[in-house]
Write a protein of this length. Structure first.
Length: 733
């Protein structure tokens, strides 16, 4: 009988006093706001003869959150996201300030990816299995980039937050059809979308539907080598990988909103995604020096069907005293059915492995959230809120192995259940002590309770509580100059797969391809952060932001690969401390608005330099989460005629080695991408767009090294890059 694993309880800050203080303060401030009497009605004064005045035209700048909000945020509109004609939101995101995308599609701020960069959908955590590449830019109303945490959003944002706000309000009566075809050396991707919106005085509704099919191919070559301490080569093995993935997806997204007679607003938004993915892969290993692998010719077939459903009900109520209450109820879920088959041959060409794995995953998420905003005497604007959520997961997974000489048959039941419960309270205040100085003060308390059990491992119990104070300050220095300061506490919670001790086995187990197993005793990483920025704008003609950041991280989560009972196993663990800091610059320039008669050309530029260090990993290159040293880019938009717009963009992400553990070094080539587009806009409702991507066609590659006792193992892989061409026609009626 396996030994029971001890429960892990992380208690960062006691919730009792903070919860009581928040509740008392909310109640007191609510009573104060409600008790303020309305101004008494006064009888009208006798009317004076009308005075004839000259007409006066007042011009002012539109509201810009980046310029006017005390809490620093960059807001990117739907028009800015759609200007390059990207077919996925992932491609549009990589052009935004401070955002970079790795070769595997992971989105990151400040070069720190999943877990460090928080990705939200309408202010809530993205559902399980969410892929930004499945969204089109025209489905998004705006993107909010927050480099410093705020109390009203989750504090799981050490690097920052990307909040994706989906389009749900109809601005006018409109029907729109979009047809697109994308081709590259890796395959075709046709797509079609229909959008319908209706609006009257009290009601607004939208309906979006899209259908797409992608056929993607990967052709990869690699080599594995080993050298002893004297430099003599002990292993030479070549690999060839070919993978073809076909994905078909149907998405439906209805939404409605109604304003009641008393001014209350009710909203409903839903979404249904149906997708099927068929993947076929082949891997061949050829060893010319060193030990032969058990399985040299490997074939894999995966058929996955996914259904995702989301529903959100919202209610907004305004009070006579000026208060405002917003509440939301979210009901989400998804069902995933996967059929996985693999077989392999040995060096003699005979079959020696057959595996059949079938799994059914069901996820249900329930959440209730709300916030109450109110004004009090003085230059204060307060908001209090709560967030309660329950995520339940159940997976039935069965693995069958056929018997072959030297490889016994096996039947493994990997069924498991998991429950993730989240609760949070927050209070924030925006205060203006003077005409040029404003403060944002916030406090958030969060609790995460994870329970998991399944066949083959002891029950998992992991609790964590985190308090996150936030301070942000804005000084308006005059003439478009601003100075920002942010102090914050944030965290990174371990994922469910990192906590669950269920093993995921590799076909040819070795140090370069180990099994993976979770660690139930993991604690969340805690970070103290400082952000500083100087901003300058010259009206609508130009903007410039120069800043820096620093993070100090405790209980850093690393990974260790070890040989246990004859198999190589990689597991996460908490080590000591880590730190990260960097410099950031971004700006925009519009020549036509800067100088009369200049070309109608807009220029955008960004450049970021990052440093990080993990204390318990020997240097050099002991950076966090494969963080690149440099990220940046430049974009151009030129309007030579009334109906034409031409543009180009270049993005850069540096490569090089990163030491991810004491014995492990990973490296990847630099990513340099150049794209261009031409847009012909016949009318407001009809346009034709041609987009070219990956014009440089630079092949990509990565290297993984393991420093074993007495030898150095190295695995290198190269993948060919191809040009992408996309043609899109959009018509409205």
């Amino acid at each position: 009988m396996p030994h029971a694993l001890p429960s892990s309880r992380t208690r960062v800050a006691p919730p009792t006093r903070l919860s009581a203080a928040l509740a008392a303060l909310i109640a007191a401030l609510s009573a104060t706001a409600a008790a303020q009497p309305a101004d008494p009605a006064t009888p009208p004064a006798p009317a004076d003869p009308p005075t004839q005045l000259d007409a006066v035209t007042v011009q002012g700048q539109d509201y810009d959150p980046r310029r006017d909000d005390t809490a620093a945020r960059i807001v990117v509109s739907a028009d800015q996201l759609a200007r390059f004609g990207d077919d996925t939101l992932t491609d549009a995101l990589k052009r935004l300030p401070g955002v970079s995308v790795s070769g595997g599609g992971a989105i990151s701020l400040r070069g720190l990816g999943k877990g460090y960069t928080q990705v939200l959908i309408d202010g809530r955590a993205a559902p399980a299995g969410f892929d930004p590449a499945a969204l089109r830019p025209d489905q998004v109303e705006r993107i909010e980039l927050l480099r410093t945490t705020t109390a009203d959003l989750r504090g799981e944002a050490i690097a920052g937050t990307i909040n994706i706000v989906l389009a749900k309000r109809a601005r006018s009566d409109r029907d729109q059809l979009t047809f697109a075809l994308k081709h590259s050396g890796n395959g075709f991707k046709p797509s079609a979308a229909w959008s319908r919106s209706r609006r009257d005085e009290k009601t607004a509704s939208t309906f979006d539907a899209s259908l797409s099919r992608s056929d993607h191919r990967i052709d990869e070559r690699g080599v594995e080598q080993a050298f002893d301490d004297d430099g003599a080569q002990t292993l030479q093995r070549r690999t060839g990988v070919y993978v073809r993935t076909v994905r078909e997806q149907l998405s439906l997204a209805p939404a409605a909103e109604r304003t009641l007679a008393n001014g209350d607003r009710l909203s409903w938004r839903s979404g249904l995604d149906l997708s099927r993915q068929r993947k076929r892969g082949e891997i061949a290993w050829s060893t010319s020096l060193g030990p032969e692998l058990d399985h040299t010719d490997y074939r894999q077939r995966t058929d996955m069907r996914l259904t995702q459903m989301r529903n959100e009900l919202g209610w907004t109520h305004g009070f006579d005293g000026g208060g405002r209450l917003e509440t939301k109820l979210n009901l989400d879920g998804n069902r995933e059915r996967t059929r996985y088959r693999e077989d392999a041959d040995g060096r003699d060409g005979r079959r020696n492995r057959e595996e059949a794995t079938d799994s059914r995953l069901q996820v249900r998420n329930y959440a209730v959230s709300g916030k109450y905003a109110f004004a009090v005497r003085g230059a204060h604007s307060l908001q209090a809120g709560w967030d309660l959520g329950l995520d339940r997961r159940h997976e039935r997974r069965t693995q069958r192995l056929a018997a072959f000489p030297g490889f016994p048959a096996g039947l493994v039941d990997q069924t498991f259940d998991a429950r993730i419960q989240r609760s949070a309270l927050y209070l924030q205040d925006e205060w203006s002590p003077g005409p040029r100085w404003s403060l944002y003060l916030g406090a958030r308390w969060e609790r995460i309770a994870i329970r998991s059990r399944g066949d083959g491992f002891a029950a998992v119990r992991n609790d964590a509580q985190v308090s996150s104070p936030v301070l942000q300050s804005l000084w308006k220095l005059g003439e478009g100059r601003r100075l920002r300061l942010g102090l914050s506490r944030s965290y990174r919670a371990p994922e469910l797969r990192q906590l669950t001790p269920r093993p995921y086995t590799s076909t040819n187990n070795r140090a370069l391809d180990p099994d993976r197993r979770g660690n139930p005793a993991l604690r969340p990483e805690l970070a103290t952060g400082l952000d500083l920025a100087y901003e300058r704008d010259w009206g609508e003609a130009a903007t410039l932001s120069v800043g820096g950041y620093a993070r100090r991280i405790e209980d850093f989560i690393g990974e260790s690969t070890r040989l246990i009972d004859g198999r190589w196993i990689a597991s996460p663990l908490n080590t000591a401390k880590a730190s990260a800091h960097g410099l950031e610059m971004d700006g925009k320039l519009s020549l036509a608005k800067l100088r009369a008669g200049a070309p109608d050309l807009d220029i955008g530029v960004q450049l970021n330099r990052h440093w990080s260090r993990v204390q318990d990993i020997p240097g050099p290159d002991n950076r966090i989460d494969r963080q690149p040293r440099y990220t940046g880019g430049v974009s151009l938009d030129y309007r030579p005629a009334q109906h034409w717009t031409l543009g180009a963009s270049y993005t850069h992400r540096s490569g090089g080695p990163v030491r991810t553990a004491e014995r492990e070094i990973e490296s990847e080539t630099a990513q340099r991408e150049l794209g261009a587009y031409a847009l012909w806009k016949r009318s407001e409702d009809s346009q034709l767009r041609l987009t070219l991507t990956n014009l440089l066609r630079r092949d990509s590659g990565d290297t993984f090294e393991y420093l074993d006792e007495g030898q150095r193992l190295r695995q290198q892989r190269w993948r060919k890059s191809t040009l992408g061409v996309r043609l899109e026609w959009q018509v409205g009626f």
